[in-house]
Write a protein that binds this ligand. Sequence first.
Ligand code: SF4
Length: 275
Amino acid sequence: MNNPLKVKEIIARGYINPSKLPGADYVINPYVGCPHRCIYCYAEFMKRFSNHDEPWGTFTDVKIRSTSSRPLDLQEKNVFLSSVTDCYNPLEEKYGLTRKLLLQMRQSGAGITILTKSALVLRDMDILAQLPDVTVGFSMNTTDDAFRQDTEPAASSVPERFYALKTLHEKGIRTWVHVSPIFPYLSDWKTLVETAAPFTNRFSFENLKLRAASLPRVLLYITRRHPQWRQTYEQIFRRQDMTYWRGLRKEILAFCNERKLAAAVHFSEKLPVRH
Ligand code: SF4
């Protein structure tokens, strides 16, 4: 996935779409495709709907304009950015679409939730501070930046994400850490939780789920870099053995309860292997 990134400016039908995700009435995805190149990417299935033949991670469409001028009533609605790709991917630095959309929603009365792997969100602290109901979440699954570099090569580093989390928290902006995706035996989630706890209001946890495209890629990575876990990963991901996840769910809840941390575990019982 080291091909140069192909960027295309497109005109979208609209930026905001109704959502069936729990806790979100609407979702906003200003970009199609994502340059972060996570090896396990969950959004790769979107390629089917994007009219692209290139490998996922090598293209991004930028919704520079929308044909819809219809204003939506967002009063007391929950809006989530982004549900499919990262709204603070590196192209946001140039295009500022997420920034513009946040500016437009300042007076909307919407509850806004952002989830990102990027410290670029700090650029918009001036707007975030003006939003009456906003939560900024960071997806993180390790405190080991070498592991992060292997698995999320173009996203912000571990220190950058911790710095962004701490800065937002200190400015009074509600934060959340989404411990995701947990790689069995490789994600040091306990250290991550203890390091982040002073700077966040809550945690959520999600297990690694591998689809047809990401399964061989991740297993190849495990074989090359962590061969001692190859058999275990085969058992969990090819044979769909949920024993590990069931034990981990209990362990996470006990760990967080003991420290009086707000935590929700969202583990899928059935792991998708194709889409
Ligand atoms: S940040 Fe999300 S959408 Fe982007 S590559 Fe990583 S998993 Fe995929």
